[in-house]
Design a protein around this ligand. Structure first.
Ligand code: ZN
Length: 306
């Protein structure tokens, strides 16, 4: 058994740039990159294996043909989608459906819960998260009256903050923020408001009715602004039925024992894993029942599991 290293899919967007390539050492011919899909088995952008006997396969092919790597008991589509997002502009205000709504209304296997780890942000940055409506009638009234300032909650952010964003939570990343996003493998987004911006002379489509259908009222801050559990150099952000995310700050080496399959993203520093060199920007899969991995160097690692 070997560790499986992945190359990200680089996603172009109109507001994109070159920061992700520069920060994480990724190659791209485009200077309009807004997202890197680090671990993706989603048809809209696949990450690929770059080493060993599975070299060249997409993560989707690996999942479909070699389920033993992840666990034969795991059914359906690959559960996660992990991205770096470099927001050079305010992203649209959106909300995602839960699994039930996605299945019934969109004929898709997954809704979308997501989470953000703030890798970096400008001074005095903020995000839009949650809303102030007591119920759906009030939510609709604010929208009809275009009272966005009254409806939406603004939250100041700083580097290292973590937000859990269950399906039904209104949210928007704002300008100047670099995040690590972990989400369910789904691309269903309902856009509530896009600042009346024009793209090629047209406003982008909004999905007001579906947004009102799926939004959680009232907003529950306690599910979103989660206090991480700090155990020395190990910080547990979340562990629920959708995903678990833990950060390790490696200084003097680290041995970890793995039973389930795991994803590891190096978000800072450099070092090695089982004597293979790794650095900021490296992403790899630890197959199921892999056993012990030996990590050396000075790094920050995100360990992610579904
Ligand atoms: Zn979202």
């Amino acid at each position: 058994m070997e560790l499986i290293f992945l190359k990200p899919y680089m996603k172009e967007v109109v507001w994109g740039g070159t920061r992700i390539q520069k920060e994480y050492g990724y190659m791209s011919n485009s200077d309009h990159i807004g997202e890197a899909w680090l671990v993706s088995a989603n048809e809209n952008g696949l990450s690929k294996v770059i080493n060993g006997k599975y070299k060249g396969l997409s993560l989707k092919e690996l999942w479909d043909k070699h389920r033993e790597i992840f666990g034969e008991e795991l059914k359906g589509v690959f559960p996660l989608l992990i991205k770096y997002i470099d927001a050079k502009d305010n992203l649209s205000i959106q909300v995602h459906p839960n699994d039930d709504y996605a299945r019934v209304v969109e004929q898709q296997p997954n809704g979308k819960a997501e989470s953000w780890y703030i890798l970096d942000c400008d001074k005095d940055s903020d995000i839009l998260i949650g809303h102030n409506a007591k119920n759906k009638e009030e939510f609709k009234k604010y929208i009809d009256n275009k009272e966005w300032d009254k409806l939406l909650r603004i939250k100041k952010i700083k580097k290292g903050d973590f937000f859990n964003i269950p399906a039904g939570t209104v949210h928007a990343i704002r300008k100047g923020t670099l995040i690590l996003e972990t989400q369910q493998n789904s691309d269903i987004t309902y856009r509530l408001y896009d600042y009346d911006r024009l793209q090629n002379g047209k406003k982008r489509e909004l999905h007001i009715k579906k947004s009102i259908d799926v939004v959680t009222c009232p907003y529950d801050k306690s599910k979103v602004e989660i206090k991480p559990i700090v155990k020395g150099d190990k910080i547990e952000y979340i562990n629920n039925e959708k995903f678990s995310i833990t950060k390790y700050i490696v200084k003097n080496g680290l041995n970890i024992e793995f039973e389930k399959f795991y994803i590891i993203c190096v978000i800072e520093g450099k070092g090695s894993v089982n004597d293979i060199e790794i650095a900021k920007g490296t992403n790899f899969i630890v197959p199921k029942s892999f056993g012990r991995i030996k990590i050396k160097g000075e790094m920050e690692l995100m360990l992610i599991h579904n």
